[in-house]
Write a protein that binds this ligand. Structure first.
Ligand SMILES: Cc1cc2nc3c(=O)[nH]c(=O)nc-3n(C[C@H](O)[C@H](O)[C@H](O)COP(=O)(O)O)c2cc1C
Length: 165
């Protein structure tokens, strides 16, 4: 089975997070393609069983903003309706302090609106610096393991759905 992991990044942390998630899927025996959102379109999603989307938290603590990076928002908005029907979907985010949970939930809602099913609640981890003004600390080893566990849990949930369990 195959997963597509789509991310946007400014200072590299969300790309790193995407690769940790991919490791979990690979450990579960899946194929996992990690794709920068700028390189991704709807054709990339056609043959995959699961779609995971990762965004840095951008203004996630604000009640007005969704917390999702603009490039990810635009990408999700442009996808045709129902294009994720029958697929397992999930989200993850990287924030430096607070707000990543809102980012995750915003992405999950959008993925569900496109027909996807969230089987495993998404994850926000810490890295980076305020407004990404400098690179800041990397993802801690414990959070890296949680991201990998997320990938594995999504693979297991999607495999269960596929086999009718
Ligand atoms: C425009 C902007 C808004 C941000 N807003 C938040 C925020 O609300 N909360 C937070 O904890 N971090 C915030 N950050 C920091 C990033 O989420 C953090 O540095 C993250 O690690 C960046 O991920 P990246 O390396 O994948 O770009 C913001 C960064 C930018 C550029």
């Amino acid at each position: 089975m195959r997963a597509c992991i789509i991310y946007h990044t400014k200072t590299g942390h969300t790309r790193e997070a995407a690769h940790y998630v991919a490791r979990g899927l690979l450990d579960a025996g899946w194929t996992a393609d990690v794709i920068a959102v700028a390189e991704c379109d709807v054709t990339s999603l056609r043959d995959c069983d699961a779609v995971l989307v990762g965004s840095p938290c951008h203004a996630g603590a604000s009640h007005i903003a969704s917390g999702v990076a603009r490039r990810i928002r635009r990408f999700l908005k442009r996808l045709p309706s129902d294009c994720l029907r029958g697929k397992t979907v999930g989200a993850f985010s990287v924030h430096c302090h607070v707000g990543g949970g809102r980012t995750v939930r915003s992405i999950e809602r959008r993925l569900e609106a496109l027909g996807g099913s969230v089987a495993v609640a998404g994850l926000a981890v810490k890295a980076g610096s305020f407004l990404s003004l400098w690179q800041g600390p990397d993802i801690a080893p414990g959070d890296a393991r949680r991201l990998t566990a997320l990938g594995m849990a999504v693979a297991r949930a999607a495999s269960g759905r596929d086999s009718g369990l």
